[in-house]
Design a protein around this ligand. Structure first.
Ligand SMILES: *[C@@H]1O[C@H](CO)[C@@H](O)[C@H](O)[C@H]1NC(C)=O
Ligand SMILES: *[C@@H]1O[C@H](CO)[C@@H](O)[C@H](O)[C@H]1NC(C)=O
Ligand SMILES: *[C@@H]1O[C@H](CO)[C@@H](O)[C@H](O)[C@H]1NC(C)=O
Ligand SMILES: *[C@@H]1O[C@H](CO)[C@@H](O)[C@H](O)[C@H]1NC(C)=O
Ligand SMILES: *[C@@H]1O[C@H](CO)[C@@H](O)[C@H](O)[C@H]1NC(C)=O
Ligand SMILES: *[C@@H]1O[C@H](CO)[C@@H](O)[C@H](O)[C@H]1NC(C)=O
Ligand SMILES: *[C@@H]1O[C@H](CO)[C@@H](O)[C@H](O)[C@H]1NC(C)=O
Length: 401
């Protein structure tokens, strides 16, 4: 135990040391060029949150001529920093479920790395976006392609009626957003990777990274999406899954009404729940990753919003606590540790039996919600879409709620 705590202190020291070096690196480059963001209307707090370490978006934007080269360098710095602190991790890898020490092993073991996507949408870099919608999706099998297709045809489709209406709304019409699917690799044995790449070329809306597509690696996928988003001039990211339905214009309206809050970590906040410690449970997290009996309140991964000023914190947090696979709880712990308030968005609904809810919910109740999840299969998404569109756009349906 004595050894353990001195080891911890030692790693803490290494972490501080790395931070000092990286802060110096950032400051050095930053001093050569002022911040690019001149539009301060979104910022309500002070800009002085300089305790963060790697300002990816600033580094990236400082060097527009060599963007990719530079981004690789930043990723490398971050991965080096991480491996310095958790370099023993590969030795810590627990295979299978036999002999798991739930106290002292990293279980389930996450081979964490910052990953740059090999394939990403071509986007006009000078365009400002208010929000990037990052939809985590699967790489293996048709099911996920069908889900993505349904999203492109329903809530992700710019020609849908709710979105056309938003273009006529003074407050919303200039608030740009992009929706991007974030996927890993299926690996050999199937042609899924080829199909996914063809899909990415066709729709220009997918990030594909060298991440083995499985549940444990979700957190790597989550970080890949956030890192990519952070290289744009954005104010928010909204992380979702591919089995949800989101009324994007209503989410934008929420942010307008809330006066573009920063820092902001919002979603359908769960109460503080007990951490599962059962070997081979889907949500099990060992004590070594997280040593409290309960998670703090966090926003479930079906959909949550982060303001972009929190992204650097999130990137640097991997040096403080090794990422575990339930990424939504991990983000909640990070935000708690950084003393960021969590905001519950009442119009977000996460619940079991969503398809049944969608079939049976009354119109007025349906219209109260801006996000529905999870387990919204393509058929339910289309059904919900049809109902929403018919109420929002047809001239002769007026419903009083
Ligand atoms: C990081 O850089 C971006 C882009 O230059 C800037 O808008 C943002 O304020 C910076 N963040 C921090 C925490 O300094
Ligand atoms: C900018 O990019 C170029 C080309 O990739 C590279 O040689 C140079 O070192 C980069 N500068 C910074 C400050 O990262
Ligand atoms: C990129 O976006 C900027 C800002 O909206 C715009 O002025 C420019 O024309 C765009 N470039 C292309 C190639 O679309
Ligand atoms: C978006 O919706 C329009 C109108 O329903 C449809 O023609 C188009 O194919 C959809 N886009 C995609 C990418 O599915
Ligand atoms: C993908 O990652 C694996 C292991 O993480 C590595 O062995 C392989 O070379 C990578 N492939 C590419 C194309 O980067
Ligand atoms: C739990 O972990 C924190 C750091 O992550 C450490 O400061 C604390 O002493 C640990 N508590 C116990 C009971 O091990
Ligand atoms: C968090 O919320 C509490 C209560 O609403 C407030 O007093 C506090 O100032 C907030 N903290 C931050 C950092 O915004």
């Amino acid at each position: 135990m004595v050894f353990k705590s001195s080891k911890r202190r030692f790693f803490g020291f290494v972490c501080i040391l790395c931070n000092v070096v990286v802060v110096w690196y950032i400051e050095y480059h930053a001093s050569k060029k002022p911040l690019l963001t001149k539009d301060s209307s979104f910022y309500h707090g002070s800009r002085k949150q300089r305790n963060t370490i790697v300002n990816i978006s600033r580094e990236y934007q400082d060097n527009e001529s060599g963007m990719i080269g530079n981004m690789n360098k930043i990723i490398q710095i971050m991965n080096d920093k991480y491996t310095k602190i958790f370099h023993k991790s590969t030795a810590d890898k627990v295979l299978g479920t036999k002999n798991v020490d739930i106290q002292n092993d990293y279980y389930p073991f996450v081979d964490f790395m910052f990953v740059l996507s090999d394939m990403s949408p071509e986007v006009n870099k000078t365009q400002k976006y208010l929000m990037m919608v990052l939809v985590n999706s699967g790489a293996k099998g048709d099911e996920f392609r069908k889900r993505r297709e349904a999203i492109r045809q329903t809530w992700g489709n710019r020609s849908n009626c709710e979105q056309r209406k938003a273009l006529g709304d003074e407050r919303l019409k200039d608030l740009k957003w992009l929706l991007v699917f974030v996927v890993g690799k299926a690996g050999s044995g199937t042609n899924d990777d080829e199909l996914n790449m063809a899909e990415a070329r066709q729709h220009n809306d997918m990030l594909i990274g060298n991440i083995t597509d499985n549940y444990i690696n979700n957190v790597n996928k989550f970080y890949m999406g956030q890192v990519w988003a952070s290289t744009f001039d954005i104010k928010y990211t909204m992380k979702t899954d591919d089995d949800v339905y989101v009324r994007i214009p209503r989410v934008l309206e929420y942010l307008v009404n809330a006066k573009f809050p920063r820092p902001f970590y919002g979603g359908m906040t769960y109460p503080s729940i007990r951490v599962n410690r059962e070997i081979s449970g889907k949500w099990t997290v060992s004590w070594r990753y997280y040593n409290e009996t309960h998670f703090p309140r966090f926003n479930p991964g079906a959909f949550f919003i982060l303001s972009s000023d929190l992204l650097n914190k999130l990137f640097n947090y991997v040096c403080i606590r090794k990422p575990f696979h339930t990424d939504d709880a991990y983000v909640g712990v990070a935000m708690r540790d950084y003393k960021v308030n969590i905001t519950r968005i009442d119009s977000f609904r996460v619940g079991p039996r969503m398809p049944k809810f969608i079939r049976t919910v009354k119109d007025c109740e349906m219209l109260r919600y801006n996000a529905f999840g999870d387990s919204v299969d393509p058929k339910s998404a289309r059904e919900l879409h049809r109902r929403l569109q018919s109420h929002l756009c047809s001239k002769d349906t007026f419903i009083k709620c």
